[in-house]
Design a protein around this ligand. Structure first.
Ligand code: DOR
Length: 454
């Protein structure tokens, strides 16, 4: 049977599509790789399909979109590859990921961008968009050929991992962002305040004797970049917002009409710096566990609450994982020396559903910030179940609980502070353009009609 005519029916699930304010029990029909229908139960005559899955008790939503992940290829294949990273994405319910530019070498010229795109087409199981570096070699001195990179497909520009010290360079990048129609996505922190820091500056860092990274560094840089965006009319997207002050600055800049969007990560929304001292939801962790080391660092409870408020009032547009896989060696060392980063693609949904379970976010809002929210930030034609759209769909069980076992990750990065924690909510199936790229055994058993080759 040709892919053009293949009909797949997901029947009787909770169909949620925040872009269309849809939340009802019904069916989703995928035909030839596109959404043909998403709504109340279909008439049995219309519901003819080659493959039918019973989705009773499951949520059917647009596939998730991650604006920020590190796939590490080229050059750091011991940490992750496009093949393993996109498999991790599929297991996490993500159908589109945007790959960061801080590879070795960084993605700062057209051939490297094309290398990532070709590798993703050959080896990726989900859609991969590439970010390009903002400055050559991520050195913060000289802009890349932004117009050429945008024409070659760069979706945005970022030196993520390295804050841009020079206001002159940032001003120029924002001015160019207008010309090439792509956002600038800075990692906002003051390099001098950041230097040598390993965790959030505050009482926990003081108790542990670790050098802190003050919230003020992030806030000073967010304030500068907002001012430069206003000055140039450039398009700014602020990566991994982590402090209450930054949320407040962005909220006020949006009210003034500055062209800014922002994202927050599941770990900053759900965890705090108490985790560095060994706090866990269940049981106890070890203090100084390097899996909690991430940049920006896990912050205070007040910061976490401000991020949640920012999501609710629209200050924060999207949830992005900042999936940052590392090898065991990168993390098996003293806290000061360990690499920054959390492997996040496979735990994102479970982490966020915990916030839903605790009444801190609604399920509808979580799905919005994983689908149409990020789609709008980068202008991607995905993130909704509207008929005619690509059939990028996630099916998840919002009730099933599971214990995080990083040795079972598809990602090479096992660096997660959530190891051993029980999460509620499991991705059962992920479709990209109508193709089933991930399914659990339980989901496979729900198939009531198998494909018959005509
Ligand atoms: O924790 C982080 N890890 N933050 C970043 O900004 C970079 C990332 C990485 O590349 O490992």
């Amino acid at each position: 049977m040709s892919a053009e005519s293949l009909r797949i029916l997901l029947r009787g699930g909770r169909v949620m599509d925040p872009a269309r304010r849809l939340d009802l029990t019904g069916d989703v029909l995928l035909v030839g790789g596109r959404i043909a229908y998403a709504g109340p139960p279909l008439d049995p005559r219309e519901a003819e399909a080659d493959q039918i899955f019973d989705a009773t008790g499951l949520v059917i939503a647009p596939g998730f979109i991650d604006l920020h992940c590190h796939l590490r290829e080229p050059g750091q294949e011991a940490k992750e590859t496009i093949a393993t990273g996109t498999r991790a994405a599929a297991r996490g319910g993500f159908t589109t990921v945007c790959a960061m530019a801080n590879t070795s070498p960084p993605i700062d010229c057209r051939p490297l961008l094309e290398y990532v795109q070709q590798t993703a087409r050959r080896e990726g199981v989900v859609r991969v968009f590439s970010l390009a570096a903002m400055t050559r070699g991520l050195a913060g001195q000289e802009l890349t050929e932004m117009a050429e990179l945008a024409a070659a497909g760069a979706i945005a520009f970022s030196d993520d991992g390295v804050p841009i010290a020079s206001s002159r360079i940032m001003r120029a990048a924002l001015a160019y962002s207008r010309l090439c129609g792509r956002p600038i996505m800075p990692h906002c922190d003051d390099p001098e305040l950041l230097a040598g820091g390993t965790m959030n500056e505050g009482p926990v860092a003081a108790c542990l004797g670790l050098k802190g990274i003050p919230a003020a560094g992030e806030e000073a840089m967010v304030a500068r970049d907002l001012a430069l965006a206003a000055l140039t009319g450039g398009r700014l997207h602020i990566a991994h917002v982590s402090t209450a002050g930054a949320v407040d600055l962005i909220r006020r800049a949006k009210a003034r009409g500055v062209a800014v969007t922002a994202e927050a990560t599941p770990h900053h929304l759900a965890l705090t710096d108490a985790w560095v001292a060994g706090h866990r939801w269940e049981g106890h962790g070890q203090p100084y566990d390097t899996s909690t080391k991430v940049n920006p660092p896990l912050r205070s409870e007040a910061d976490r609450q401000a991020l949640l408020a920012g999501l609710r009032d629209g200050t924060i547009d999207a949830i992005a994982t900042d999936h940052a896989p590392h090898t065991l060696v990168d993390k098996l060392c003293p806290y000061d020396e360990a690499a920054f980063g959390i492997s996040g693609l496979e735990t994102a949904l479970g982490t966020l559903l915990r916030l839903v379970e605790h009444g801190e976010l609604t399920l509808d809002l979580v799905i919005e910030k994983l689908t149409i929210g990020p789609a709008r930030v980068f202008g991607l034609p995905y993130g909704t179940l509207k008929p005619g759209q690509a059939a990028d769909v996630v099916v998840f069980d919002p009730q099933t609980t599971w214990v995080v076992d990083p040795t079972r990750f598809a990602s090479k990065g096992r660096n997660t502070p959530l190891a051993g924690q029980r999460l509620r909510g499991r991705v059962e199936a992920t479709f990209v353009g109508g193709r089933l790229v991930h399914q659990t055994e339980e989901f496979a058993a729900r198939q009531t009609r198998a494909l018959v080759t005509r």
